[in-house]
Design a protein around this ligand. Structure first.
Ligand code: IMP
Length: 170
């Protein structure tokens, strides 16, 4: 899947691309994506404070270090869920006059979309279920799982470590 996405991104950006990873969930995906691409790339990161439920408000916690003016920029996300994060980042970054701006996400879950946002590059579309692994976490756990796994969010709410014994060897 990463190879397919890397080929798609490479084909659309012959002059190279700046990958803007959204901390922290995109890190494993971005690392694999960047290495699978056949074009020049720069890597930078930004971080946002999660929106508080109901308000739809998102806040930039860490900005990009690089200037994106005139560059082809691809925002790299772990998952696009409501789309509020991507919508906010697209609005912020497009003000800086990139030559081109797009969104590449490992997982797309369109069922709960609240913003009119369609990611340009999608690894896998999933139904309405909670997932962990390959960067995706539950309260900081499970990011380093080498696979994407579905998890029962009610179980996790009860005990965030519920899957630790099954998934990790001590
Ligand atoms: P948004 O709702 O599209 O703005 O996504 C916000 C963020 O919520 C994502 O970047 C993820 O970090 C997190 N998130 C949404 N769904 C899941 C999930 O199923 N597992 C882990 N994190 C998630």
């Amino acid at each position: 899947m990463v190879e397919r996405l890397a080929a798609e991104v490479s084909a659309d950006h012959a002059d190279g691309v700046l990958l803007a990873g959204v901390l922290r969930g995109s890190v494993p995906f971005l690392a694999d994506l960047a290495r699978a691409m056949s074009i020049r790339s720069r890597i930078d990161f930004l971080a946002i404070a999660p929106y508080s439920p109901g308000t739809g408000r998102v806040r930039l916690l860490k900005d990009l270090d690089l200037d994106i003016g005139g560059r082809d920029v691809v925002i790299v996300e772990d998952i696009v869920d409501t789309g509020l994060t991507s919508e906010f980042l697209c609005a912020q970054l497009s003000r800086r006059n990139p030559r081109n701006l797009s969104v590449c996400t490992f997982v797309d879950r369109p069922a709960r979309r609240a913003a009119p946002l369609e990611p340009d590059y999608v690894g896998i579309e999933i139904p309405e279920e909670f997932v962990v692994g390959y960067g995706l976490d539950y309260e900081g756990r499970y990011r380093n799982l080498p696979v994407l796994a579905t998890a029962n969010s009610a179980v996790l709410k009860e005990d965030p470590d519920a899957y630790v014994a099954a998934l990790y060897r001590f």
